[in-house]
Design a protein around this ligand. Sequence first.
Ligand code: SME
Length: 164
Amino acid sequence: MPTDSKAEDLKIEIDELAKNAPSARQFMSEIVELLHERLLKFNWVGFYMLETLPGQPPILVLGPFQGAMTPHTRIPLHQGICGAAASTGKTVVVDDVNKDNRYLACSLETKSEIVVPIFVGGKVVGELDIDSHFLAAFAPEDRELVEYCANLVGQHLATAPYGK
Ligand code: SME
């Protein structure tokens, strides 16, 4: 039965995907498809996963995504809105990317962005990044939905690591 809120309806569908996904990576691919297809202001939706290799600085690596190809397939933690969210462990919402000097441009059409960290065992392991062609596209309800997705992915990754 649909509720009167699109975000609430999507959460119900995402819960179903979480229950049935055979792997975290598959679940992540399904989330990006669903959000990109159903929310018209979510114009680029993708995951970055934190790669930590011995002797090398940690780096965010592009994972499943929907939208135009981005030049930013690997982002160091001191760069971009993505780096800011991963290094602070806090959601970052930017209403106008052209006024934020941390912003790494992916598309000239992007006007606003949200990045939500994903945690496993209290540590950041990745993030969910969404760009919009609209200024200030991310209302509290959108933020809550994206945080909901990031939290479910964290739960999935805790039991079945990425790539397994
Ligand atoms: N805008 C991001 C880079 C990733 S693209 O948006 C896909 C940033 O500033 O970190």
